[in-house]
Design a protein around this ligand. Sequence first.
Ligand code: NAD
Ligand code: IPM
Ligand code: MN
Length: 352
Amino acid sequence: MKIAVFAGDGIGPEVTAQAVRVLDALAIAGLERVEGDVGGAAFYKHGHPLPQATIDMAHGVDGILFGAVGDFSCDHLERALRPEQAILGLRKELSLFANLRPAKLFAGMEGFSALRPEVASAIDLLIVRELNGDVYFGEKGIRKLPDGRRQGWDMMSYAEDEVARIAHAGFKAAQGRAKKLCSVDKANVLETSQLWRDVVIEVSAQYPDVELSHMYVDNAAMQLVKSPGQFDVIVTGNLFGDILSDQASMCVGSIGLLASASLGTRQTPYGTVGLYEPIHGSAPDIAGQNKANPLATILSAAMLLRHSLGLEAQAVRIEAAVARTLADGVRGGDLGGTATTTEIGDAVLARL
Ligand code: NAD
Ligand code: IPM
Ligand code: MN
């Protein structure tokens, strides 16, 4: 079993360090770990946010634990050299098209949601976000119109096979949960979304046990804060899934709590090759201050054990330790507490 840790920028190294401590504490026999450079850190060291050596390393492991990328000092660079290209490039390079972003309210955390406690308490949902297509990967540019005005443009598109494979991922996820799938789109305006909806309906014929519904993304944003308990699995495109998952994080208390798994179809001897990361970014405003919540990254490590290494029992152990850490009132600044990044890591280790 071999995993890679790509810590990246800002709070990335701080939060991955705590997840690595947790993995080390489990002392998993035969687990080898390597480290690679990504993001702004890789750019300043090697001149590229996703060096070939990192890509090669990514191809040789069962799973990747990813911190975060993003460095404002790189925002003036041409897009291909910006830190964010590291995560976008890895998702594409490894064909990791299915991004699972679970959001569940931890016991006793009702008072820390941005929603009223009785609304928040019902949250147990999974966002299945498509990760290889949409407006993210279409042609784009800034051009001059004939009259001299500048125009920014980004091409949004989904091919039917791209929609079908993420629809299958959504239906399968729902089969393992409460068997409800809500497909979120903007079919009332976008042709891309009309095809999305048509294909999701076609695929649904193969999953008669799953109750399928459709919702426009603007309404979904509203319903997510009005009555999030109505959702089981949400399947949606790359852009809508990015936005709705940040919103879901505040419904359970903090973006520092939301983990993710990005999966494709390549199998390891124990599961599926995947990349695991918190849904948050490099948080430059708190970077280097030992203030970041590492729980999303620790929970991402649990997802790595579950999906890529087949170590379900170890994943559950980590998740239980995180739940007890929160139940015991160990909270960082993002949840109104005073615990530092390392203290939260200490607390999880103690409960493991
Ligand atoms: P962000 O997620 O980094 O931060 C948003 C807010 O949430 C900030 O106030 C931050 O302090 C807070 N926050 C985030 N994670 C936290 C944690 N673990 N604990 C406590 N507080 C936390 O989003 P942003 O500010 O929009 O972006 C910053 C940079 O990160 C940008 O360069 C962006 O492109 C990048 N980014 C990268 C990823 C990724 O690597 N997958 C994801 C999102 C954003
Ligand atoms: C995320 C991030 C990334 C995305 C950025 C950094 C490219 O926001 O993982 O949610 O938009 O997918
Ligand atoms: Mn995002």
